[in-house]
Design a protein around this ligand. Structure first.
Ligand code: 3H9
Length: 697
């Protein structure tokens, strides 16, 4: 083996084949030393008269997963990735990329610049740059259409998805899919290439295959709708169009320029922030990274209601057997039917095979007793939100579970300490707060109580990741983080109606900001009876103005339960299309009159600031109390739980972009207008402003 100067790449000879091995954990990103090492490896290949071909393989869990995101914040140091790609492309002997895990972004660009690509069964390839607000910058947009066709390349580049090695083989992106020993297969492949005359096959020499230019405009329209507010997907269409009309060298230069410009855009900064924050959120404050999660291979769920069903589906989806415990056989039968319906929907849409549906359903058992769950590793209780009912369940669980089995509560607002304290074994109790529909929503608020064991916390986090969720660890706090902040936005949306805004205006302002749905359309979707029940549960602890702001109750009394009854804040036609209803104006007028409010014209700016900054202010309190460990955790919660636009980075990142002095000035203004008790700036905001800092320093 030859030691290269760059320690992350080594080369070794196997007969007349050079094997370059990349070893840059955790994901073999193209850090400076990998870039330098790959260039050195090609020089070694060129200098060695005996060597006739080279294989590039990676150690660890994956092939190169892209450019090193951590280097994006600093000035790039030569050699840049473009130089690596040019060196690979210009090699006079064939190079074979041997892909396992995921070849992503710059990693796939490296592979595309090689003469041949072989991939391990189960591996994946993709150009996910768009998810970071950028586009491929080292030939990806130029080479991929030449191999896979313009339509396929456009789909992959503009949406950033990954495709399987088999699909990639079918589309011409990889040459062979192998199983077993990848390195041995790659060497055998190289021997074949040498036997066939060591032919070079430069992707950049291939012509762009013919395509229907209409697909560019069709994609542009579809992307504008699907990724409303995102810049990079639309730039991708322009870039691909340019590539089809421009010679290779010029196209590569233009692509790099576009990537560089996007890299410094606010959207890319925000999206990269969320990428990092989601990974940071997996690190539990105060729990050492070496703490091992407990094994979870069998679970029970108590409560076959809406939440229990969705949670059960989450576990069945990843092959974990579930015992669903209910009070009656009828309730359980209806839960099984509902879970079946979830899967039937997926089968109809073509995203699930019938066999897979049957395999998942076979993992589900139901029971009305606690007798058979002595061997489960985890129980999630998802029974009704009443402390005494939940305590009773805990007592029953304590009687039958193994000592090391975990009890997780799905409570959304009960006191986690009181629940944990009701178990004989509080170290095993934590919260796993799923959001409805649990099988769809990515957010998972894991809740720690004072005595929860570190490995129980590590287990809920690891499990969240296995379930494909964005898990965030939160602490004791009424409504935890997500709902506690939401309640402030809900309060302001309601107060704005009293002050003179209309539901349409508030919804328009918040959707124009980037939320997928406004608070009133959302309330109509959830159901006004549900909203009224949630309000009733909290009303005793509300301020007098909030207590009397009973618009929701008025709507319920008027039979306006939302979409399900055809009318709520809006009226709905038979296709579910919402429109303005003058009856709601009358209802609001009557409410204002009764409560002594005179409607005034409210600006869009006031709506946005009151709704957003009320949340940010509450988040600052949550941080100060320690119920969230980092501002990034709150950004992950809001982007995954309530559709806060990722391209704005979440509420805390957004507040920093606005500038905390400006946020504080707005809070002061609304404290005067709406009331000090609602808008008095949180102590943390006062402190940060005084220190000239933001949430992120
Ligand atoms: C690009 O290539 C641009 C070029 O076209 C042009 C340039 C001019 N860099 O996700 P995980 C870290 S843009 C540095 O939990 P998994 C991550 O922070 C790039 N670090 O693992 C975490 O660190 P820590 C295009 C990276 O197994 C650790 O790896 N590529 C990078 O669930 C584990 O990450 C992408 O966008 C990186 N590129 O998933 C790929 N990626 O443990 C982004 C990850 O300290 N990456 N880390 O928190 C992914 O999609 C997933 O990480 C991957 C593994 C699927 C690879």
């Amino acid at each position: 083996m030859t030691e290269l100067l760059a320690k992350t790449v080594s080369v070794a000879k196997q007969g007349n084949i050079l094997v370059a091995t990349v070893n840059n954990p955790p994901v073999n990103a193209l850090s400076h030393s990998v870039r330098a090492g790959l260039i050195e490896a090609v020089w070694t290949l060129e200098d060695d008269a005996e060597a006739r071909a080279m294989v590039i393989v990676c150690e660890g869990r994956t092939f190169i997963a892209g450019a090193d995101i951590h280097e994006f914040k600093k000035p790039m140091v030569a050699p840049l990735l473009g130089e690596v790609i040019d060196t690979l492309d210009g090699a006079t002997k064939p190079i074979i990329a041997a892909i396992h895990g995921t070849a992503l972004g710059g990693g796939l660009e490296v592979a595309l610049a090689c003469s041949y690509r072989i991939a391990l069964e189960g591996s994946k390839v993709g150009l996910p740059e768009v998810k970071l607000g950028i586009l491929p910058g080292s030939g990806g947009t130029v080479r991929l259409p030449r191999l896979a066709g313009v339509e396929q390349a456009l789909a992959m580049i503009s949406e950033g998805g990954q495709i399987s090695a088999r699909d990639a083989r079918e589309k011409g992106i990889v040459d062979e899919v192998v199983s077993g020993d990848l390195k041995a297969a790659a060497i055998a492949f190289a021997e074949k290439v040498i036997a066939d005359g060591a032919r070079l096959r430069r992707t950049s020499d291939l012509p762009v295959p013919a395509f229907d230019p209409a697909i560019l405009e069709t994609s542009r329209a579809a992307l504008a709708k699907k990724y409303k507010g995102f810049k990079a997907p639309l730039v991708a269409v322009d870039l691909i169009k340019m590539v089809t009309e421009t010679p290779v060298a010029e196209a590569i230069a233009l692509e790099y320029q576009t990537c560089k410009e996007l890299l410094v855009s606010p959207q890319s900064k925000a999206l990269r922030h969320i990428f990092a924050a989601e990974r940071e959120a997996l690190k539990i404050d105060g729990v050492d990274a070496t703490v091992k999660p407990r094994n979870v291979s069998k679970v029970a769920i108590v409560g076959p209601g809406t939440m229990g069903r969705g949670i059960a589906a989450c576990f069945l989806n990843i092959g974990i057997p579930v015992t669903l415990i209910g009070l009656t056989d009828e309730g359980l039968a209806s839960a099984v039917k509902a879970i079946g319906k979830i899967y039937e929907g997926s089968v109809k849409r073509g995203s699930l095979s019938t066999e897979e549906m049957e395999r998942r359903l076979a993992l589900l058992t139901t029971t009305t007793t606690y007798d058979g769950i002595g061997d489960v590793d985890l129980v999630i209780e998802a029974v009704t939100e009443q402390l005494d009912v939940k305590k009773e369940v805990f007592a029953k669980l304590d009687a039958v579970l193994r000592d090391d089995a975990i009890i997780a509560t799905n409570t959304s607002f009960l006191d986690i300490e009181e629940l944990a304290g009701s178990s004989k074994n509080p170290v095993r109790v934590a919260g796993m707060h799923f959001f409805n529909p649990a099988n769809v929503m990515k957010l998972l608020e894991n809740v720690r109580a004072a005595k929860t064991a570190p490995d129980v916390l590590a287990t809920t986090t690891a499990l969240g990741k296995r379930l494909g969720k964005a898990p965030v660890m939160v602490g004791r706090s009424e409504g935890f983080v997500a709902n506690r902040m939401l309640s402030k936005r809900t309060r302001e949306a309601q107060f704005l109606l009293e002050d003179g805004a209309t539901p349409q205006q508030v919804d328009r302002v918040l959707t124009a900001f980037g939320f997928p749905i406004g608070p009133f359309a959302l309330a109509d979707l959830a159901g006004m009876d549900i909203m009224a029940a949630a309000r009733a549960a909290r009303v005793a602890r509300m301020s007098p103005r909030e207590q009397q702001c009973n618009i929701v109750d008025r709507l319920v009394a008027a039979g306006r339960l939302g979409q399900k009854s055809g009318a709520g804040y809006y009226v709905y036609d038979e296709n579910g299309k919402a429109s303005h209803d003058p009856a709601v104006d009358e209802l609001l007028d009557a409410h204002r009159k009764e409560r002594g409010f005179t409607a005034r014209a409210i600006t869009d700016e006031e709506i946005l600031e009151r709704c957003l900054f009320a949340m940010v202010n509450e988040a600052a309190r949550i941080l100060d109390e320690g119920a969230a460990a980092r501002p990034g955790d709150i950004d992950v919660i809001w982007t995954n739980g309530f559709g806060f636009p990722t391209y704005l980075g979440g509420p805390m990142f957004y507040a920093d972009q606005v500038g905390l002095p400006k946020v504080k000035a707005a809070l002061d203004k609304y404290a005067g207008l709406v009331g000090d008790q609602y808008f008095k700036p949180a102590a943390l905001i006062e402190r940060l402003v005084a220190e000239g800092k933001g949430f992120y320093g």
